[in-house]
Design a protein around this ligand. Structure first.
Ligand code: ATP
Ligand code: MG
Length: 658
C-alpha cells in the first residue's frame, strides 16, 4: 500500500539546523570539529567508500570531514519505547547532520534477561524510525554491533587492571558489599582489597573456568572506598553467572557489569560522542577511570598495536524524554505484557514504538515531535497531547478521507429508485488537491451514525430528528419522515425523503417566495448494499493519572479500565476494497466468501483471492470520527477488516475528562 506518511530518513525531514538554534550537544560537536579533537574520516574508517549507491556516496563525501560517530546502545531485554525513540532520533540525526556514522549496538551483557524476540523487535523499530544502521543501505550507517563480541577483550583488560594493581577479586557476597558500602562520611570496606595480584589473577581465571558458583566471587575495581561518588567505591567489574548467552553460548560464566562494559564498547567502536541520559552523569568519572586505567603506562609508539592507548570517547548527558499519562520503564512494560493487562508489546495502547506503529503513528511524526522538543539538561515531562497534535498534523496532510459508520442506523430513502446507484465524487483530501477524488456510491438504503439521530432532540441538536433536514456529505439533503421501531421500542430504521435538487450536497434553489432553505449539519453515511463491514478499535489512554503510580506507589492502580473499546459492526465505504486490493500484492478480483466473519445480515463478506495481508499500514481519516489505520489482525482471506483509531480529530480529551 502506498504510504505517503511513512519513512523518509531523518536527514531529509525539514528540521534542518537553520530551523532552530544549535542544541548544547551540537555546540559541543561543532567546537570539537573546529578544534580537530577527533581527527577526520580516513579511507580506513569512512567505509564503505568503494560501495555503489547512496551508502558509498555518503562514505566518499565523509572522507576528510571531522569524525562524528554516535550510537544507540539498547539492552535487548524488552521492546523499545517512545523515550528510546528520542535517543535514536538524536543520535542518528547528529550522525547524518555531520556526515558521520551511527551504530546500533546491542548491550547484551546480561544473558538472564535477553531474548532473540527483543533483538528482532529492536532492529525493526530502529529501522522504521529511519535510523538505517545497515552499512549497505544507510547513508549514515556505522553498522550493527554486539557487546558480547567484546567479551574476550574486556576480560583481557580485567587481567591488565589486576596486573596494574587496579583490580582485585573479592569474596564478599552482593549483600555484604551493599552492607559495607558505608555512608557519605564513612568509607566502604572490603577485606580483600589488598589480596596479592597473583591470587586475584588465579581466582579470576578460576571464575572464568567455571570453578566457582554464582555469587561466590566478583572482580572489583580498586578505586576509592571513601569517594563521595559511590559509583567509585570499588565497583564490581565481573560477576559469576552460570547462564548460557544467546551469542556466546556457554563459553562464558562470568559477565561484565554494565558500567565496566559500556565505556569500553564505545571505545572499541571509535564512538566520539557517547550520548546518554542524565542518570549516568555520575557514572562518567567511572567510564573515564576505566579507559584511563587501561591507558596508564601505554605509549602511542608501542610496536605492538594492542599495547597502544585505546580511544577515549566523550560522554555527554541529556535529559530523558518523559510523557505524562505514560510509563516508560521496560521492566514495567514487561509486567503489563506478562500479566496480560494489554494484548502484547505492540498493543496500540502501549507506549512502545511497535505499539505506536500499530496504532497508526508515522515515524516522521515521532521524529518531528522529539526534534521540536530538542535536548536539554533538565528533566521534565511533556504533555501527551503534544504528541497527539503532532500526529494529527501529519495525518491531516497525508491521509485520504473516507466515510465509515461506527454504529449503523439504517436509513431508507423512500423517494429514491429501488435499483439505482449513483456514484458521487468526493474529494480525498481538501488539504491536498493532488490526492484527487473518489467515487462513493449512493443508493436507496444507507447507514448513518446512530448518534446522529435523536427522537427528542434538545434545542441545540442540529443533526437528524423527526421532520428535520440534514446534508449527507457530498450527496443529497434528506429529511426524516418516519421512525420505525421494533417490538421493544428500539429504533431500527429511519424512513426519509431526499431532495434531488441538492445533488453533491449543494443548497437547493430558492423557493418561489424567495426563501432559502438551510441545514445546520452535514452527516457521514455509507450506502448499505455497497458497505464493507469492519471491526473498529477505539483507544483511550492506558493510564488515568498524569503520573501513574503517584497516588498509591503502584502504577497498575492507575490503569484505565476502559482504554479499549471494540466496535464489531462498523460499516465502511467500498473505497476500502480498492485499497485492500492494491495492498494485497498480486491479489486478483474480489470474491464473496461464504460463512466467513459474521457481518450484519444482508451482506456478503469480501475477500481477495489468494491474497495475504501485508504488514503495511493503510492510514485514513474517517470523516468526523478521527484518523484510523488498518490493523494487522485484518485477514483479507477471511473477509475480516480491523481498523484502529490512531487519534481523534480534535483534542477533546482534556474536555471530556474534566
Ligand atoms: P530500563 O527501561 O530497562 O531502565 P533503559 O530504558 O535505560 O532501561 P536501555 O536499553 O539501556 O534501556 O536504553 C538504551 C538507550 O536509550 C540508553 O542510552 C538510554 O539512555 C536511552 N533511553 C532510555 N530511556 C530514554 C528516555 N526516556 N529518553 C531518552 N533516552 C532514553
Ligand atoms: Mg539502561
Amino acid at each position: 500500500m502506498p504510504d505517503p506518511a511513512s519513512n523518509s530518513s531523518p536527514s531529509s525531514t525539514p528540521s534542518t539546523p537553520a530551523a532552530r538554534p544549535l542544541s548544547f550537544i551540537e555546540q559541543v560537536i561543532e567546537a570539537d570539529n573546529l578544534s580537530g579533537r577527533w581527527g577526520v574520516w580516513t579511507p580506513a574508517d569512512a567505509s564503505p567508500t568503494a560501495a555503489p549507491g547512496p551508502a558509498g556516496d555518503a562514505a566518499r563525501a565523509r572522507l576528510g570531514k571531522p569524525r562524528v560517530h554516535t550510537r544507540f546502545p539498547p539492552e535487548p531485554n524488552g521492546y523499545l519505547h517512545i523515550g528510546h525513540a528520542k535517543s535514536i532520533c538524536l543520535n542518528y540525526g547528529l550522525a547524518s547532520r555531520y556526515h558521520g556514522r551511527f551504530n546500533l549496538r546491542f548491550d547484551d551483557t546480561n544473558p538472564a534477561k535477553e531474548e532473540q524476540e527483543y533483538v528482532d523487535a529492536i532492529k525493526r523499530d530502529v529501522l522504521w524510525l529511519g535510523a538505517d544502521f545497515n552499512t549497505h543501505t544507510g547513508a549514515s550507517a556505522g553498522g550493527i554491533f554486539w557487546a558480547s563480541d567484546y567479551f574476550e577483550q574486556m576480560y583481557a583488560w580485567g587481567e591488565e587492571l589486576i596486573h596494574k594493581g587496579l583490580a582485585y577479586v573479592c569474596a564478599l557476597s552482593a549483600d555484604e558489599v551493599s552492607k559495607r558500602r558505608g555512608t557519605p562520611q564513612i568509607p566502604a570496606t572490603s577485606p580483600d582489597r589488598d589480596r596479592p595480584k597473583p591470587d586475584s589473577l588465579r581466582l579470576l581465571r578460576e571464575m572464568r573456568d567455571g570453578k566457582h558458583p554464582n555469587g561466590s566471587y566478583t572482580l572489583r575495581a580498586r578505586i576509592d572506598l571513601a569517594s563521595p561518588n559511590f559509583n567509585l567505591r570499588d565497583p564490581v567489574l565481573y560477576r559469576i553467572l552460570h547462564e548460557a548467552h544467546h551469542n556466546t553460548g556457554t563459553k562464558w560464566c562470568i559477565y561484565p557489569m554494565y558500567d565496566y562494559a559500556h565505556g569500553f564498547e564505545d571505545s572499541l567502536e571509535g564512538i566520539t560522542h557517547s550520548i546518554c541520559t542524565l542518570e549516568f552523569e555520575n557514572h562518567r568519572p567511572l567510564y573515564d577511570w576505566f579507559i584511563d586505567s587501561v591507558n596508564h603506562g601505554r605509549h602511542a609508539q608501542d610496536p605492538d598495536p594492542s599495547r597502544r592507548p585505546i580511544h577515549h570517547p566523550q560522554q555527554i548527558e541529556f535529559a530523558r524524554g518523559n510523557l505524562n499519562y505514560t510509563v516508560t520503564s521496560k521492566r514495567f512494560l514487561l509486567r503489563l505484557v506478562q500479566d496480560k493487562h494489554v494484548l502484547g508489546w505492540d498493543d496500540p495502547r502501549m507506549p512502545t514504538i511497535a505499539g505506536f506503529r500499530r496504532r497508526g503513528y508515522t515515524a516522521a511524526a515521532i521524529r518531528e515531535f522529539w526534534d521540536q522538543l530538542g535536548v536539554t539538561k533538565t528533566n521534565g515531562t511533556v504533555d501527551f497531547s503534544r504528541l497527539e497534535n503532532t500526529i494529527r498534523g501529519h495525518l491531516n496532510r497525508t491521509t485520504p478521507r473516507r466515510m465509515g459508520v461506527l454504529r449503523p442506523l439504517k436509513v431508507t430513502i423512500e423517494n429514491y429508485e429501488d435499483a439505482k446507484t449513483e456514484w458521487m465524487d468526493l474529494v480525498n483530501n481538501p488539504e491536498d488537491a493532488a490526492m484527487g477524488v473518489r467515487k462513493v456510491p449512493f443508493s436507496r438504503t444507507l447507514y448513518i451514525e446512530r448518534d446522529d439521530f435523536m427522537e427528542d432532540p434538545p434545542k441545540k441538536f442540529f443533526r437528524l430528528a423527526q421532520g428535520a433536514e440534514v446534508r449527507l456529505r457530498g450527496a443529497y439533503w434528506i429529511r426524516c419522515e418516519r421512525v420505525i421501531k421494533d417490538a421493544s421500542g428500539a429504533i431500527t430504521e429511519l424512513r426519509c425523503s431526499y431532495d434531488p435538487t441538492t445533488r453533491g450536497g449543494e443548497s437547493p434553489p430558492p423557493a418561489a417566495d424567495g426563501t432559502v432553505r438551510k441545514v445546520k449539519a452535514t452527516l457521514h453515511w455509507v450506502s448499505a448494499p455497497h458497505a464493507m463491514p469492519a471491526e473498529v478499535r477505539l483507544f483511550d489512554r492506558l493510564f488515568n493519572a498524569e503520573e501513574p503510580g503517584k497516588r498509591t506507589g503502584e502504577q497498575l492502580d492507575d490503569l484505565n479500565p476502559s482504554s479499549l473499546e471494540i466496535i464489531p459492526g462498523a460499516m465502511l465505504e467500498p473505497a476500502f476494497l480498492d485499497d485492500l486490493r492494491s495492498a494485497s500484492q498480486g491479489g486478483t478480483g474480489l470474491q464473496p466468501v461464504s460463512g466467513a466473519a459474521s457481518p450484519p445480515s444482508g451482506f456478503t463478506p469480501i475477500t481477495l483471492a489468494g491474497a495475504t495481508w501485508p504488514d503495511a499500514i493503510g492510514r485514513y481519516q474517517l470523516e468526523r470520527l478521527g484518523y484510523f489505520c488498518i490493523d494487522k489482525d485484518t485477514d483479507v482471506a477471511a473477509g475480516r477488516l480491523v481498523l484502529n483509531r490512531t487519534v481523534t480529530l480534535k483534542d477533546d480529551w482534556a474536555k471530556t475528562k474534566a
